[in-house]
Design a protein around this ligand. Structure first.
Ligand code: GLN
Length: 480
């Protein structure tokens, strides 16, 4: 059984038909991780005991001939910003180097409840702040498609582990693009659900009004199966939506014929790499040839999205990160002598440079004299951006864009230039700000063999259409 080609359904049926055992599969996965991860560095913590206990539960069900749950025996990894009971959770930060949470994130508990086997925790940018995984306090992740390049970020470990075939699926989080952009860089599928579709309970907060949990997988179908397992109301998160969760797989194979697909000119301008643009336009033409109606649209406030995002995300982060004070939990500096020192030294030694930069930016934007000029203004622009989407979705059923302006860049290439790094988020932050769902699906390769992602954005809670369009792209791309 080759882990790197397993899908959810094939894993489950192989276990049900006793062609493999979940315990064997887990051992194989760990062997592969031990062999290949030293060069990729996707994993921060492995939880063998927990994984084997779950594998034995699944094998016992199979041997009793019981019907298996939808994710039975599927090896998965969890971005290390989701808390796991009894398993160290760092958020990629030195501040949480020794943090062992007392409870499980809802999405993690639901995955496990559906039969998935959690192998461990995946590397990421510190507190999910970054686009390259180079901001992890534990060192960067390499892109399995080209180890001299970044896997994208901040869910870089999640994308790399799926692309390298160490797991069938992973959970990531997306605040400004952190599921979709690494999926695009590593050649896998990454879904950001509608805001509120998946509970954020147990997700270590970066920017609460923008944070989303979602799957990274090798196929659109697997993303649809995982979303169904983790979505739905959770009394522990008041922003989680109390709406029924559809069976996303049902509509997956419906042809795209008759769908109205919008192409916004703002996403095809300056800064878009020519090869990326050509691949995305090729896929759009192909969808047109299959009978979708391709409609030019405009999302006029798009050029304000990156500055708006970086004001709001840093403002919320500055408030969320105030809890790491060296007192309640997390790192405490051994050098501190006074109370003021405990705060100052613990935060100074515990946080990395990017996190500090964001706390300063966000504190500034929220300070008395500047609140109206920055934070309040950004909130107003966020409303305008959301209205752009509402207006567009009157005319179209989904919107097609590149996921990122370039393919994966070299490790170190942008590490010293935060502004250049921020611009890598230009096509993804709009979806987070508006709260609409978005997926990145591979649609081609550059001449040097780097994956290119196409993004499909949909109406609030219409993941079904997003999946359906992505499925069509996956089918013709994999045949090409
Ligand atoms: N790259 C963006 C940032 O650095 C997005 C991060 C994210 O989605 N978590 O903020």
């Amino acid at each position: 059984m080759d882990l790197s080609t397993l899908a959810i359904a094939t894993t489950r049926s192989a276990i049900a038909e006793k062609r493999i055992t979940a315990a064997n599969l887990v051992e194989e996965a760990y062997a592969k991780i031990r062999k290949e991860d030293p060069e990729i560095h996707a994993w921060l913590t492995l939880c063998q005991e927990r994984a084997l206990a779950q594998a034995r539960r699944i094998d016992a069900m199979a041997s009793r001939g019981k019907p298996l749950p939808p994710l039975a025996g599927v090896p998965v990894g969890i971005k290390d910003v989701m808390v796991t009971q009894g398993v160290r959770t760092t958020a990629g930060s030195k501040v949480l180097e020794r943090f062992v949470p007392p409870y499980d994130c809802t999405a993690v508990a639901r995955l496990e409840g559906a039969g998935a086997i959690i192998l461990g925790k995946l590397n990421c940018d510190e507190f999910a702040m970054g686009s390259s995984n180079e901001n992890s306090a534990y060192g960067p992740v390499c892109n399995p498609r080209d180890k001299t390049r970044v896997p994208g970020g901040s869910s870089g470990g999640s994308a790399a582990a799926v692309a390298a075939g160490m797991v069938v699926a992973a959970l990531g989080s997306d605040t400004g693009g952190s599921i979709r952009q690494p999926a695009s860089f590593c050649g896998v599928v990454g879904l950001m659900p509608t805001y509120g579709r998946v509970s954020r309970y147990g997700l270590i907060a970066f920017a609460s009004s923008l944070d989303h949990i979602g799957p990274l997988t090798r196929t659109v179908r697997d993303a649809a199966i995982i979303l169904r397992a983790i979505a739905g109301h959770d009394p522990m998160d008041s922003t989680s939506a109390n709406r029924p969760v559809p069976d996303y797989e049902l509509e997956l194979d419906r042809p795209v014929q008759g769908l109205r697909l919008g192409v916004a000119k703002e996403y095809f301008g300056d800064g878009l790499d020519a090869e990326v643009g050509a691949a995305v336009e090729g896929a759009i033409a192909r969808l047109g040839a299959e009978g979708a109606e391709i409609i030019p649209i405009s999302l006029p406030h798009t050029s304000y999205a990156v500055p708006t995002y970086y004001v709001l995300a840093t403002a919320e982060a500055s408030a969320n990160l105030a809890r790491y004070d060296g007192v309640r939990y997390g790192y405490r500096s051994p050098r501190a002598r006074t109370l003021a020192d405990v705060y100052r030294e613990s935060r100074d030694e515990g946080f990395g440079a990017e996190v500090k930069r964001r706390i300063m930016l966000g504190t500034y934007a929220l300070s008395a004299g500047y609140y109206d000029a920055y934070y309040l203004k950004a909130q107003k622009v966020r409303t305008l951006l959301t209205r752009d989407f509402h207006a567009a979705f009157e005319k179209v059923d989904a919107i097609l864009t590149p996921t990122a302006p370039t393919a994966a860049f070299k490790l170190g290439e942008k590490a010293d230039d935060p502004l250049a790094m921020y611009l890598a988020d230009i096509y993804t932050v709009t979806g987070d700000l508006a709260g609409v769902p978005g997926i990145s699906v591979p649609c081609g390769m550059t001449r040097s063999g780097l994956p290119i992602g196409l993004q499909v954005l949909g109406r609030h809670f219409d993941e079904a259409t997003v999946f359906r369009v992505a499925q069509a792209v996956e089918v013709f791309t994999s045949r090409a």
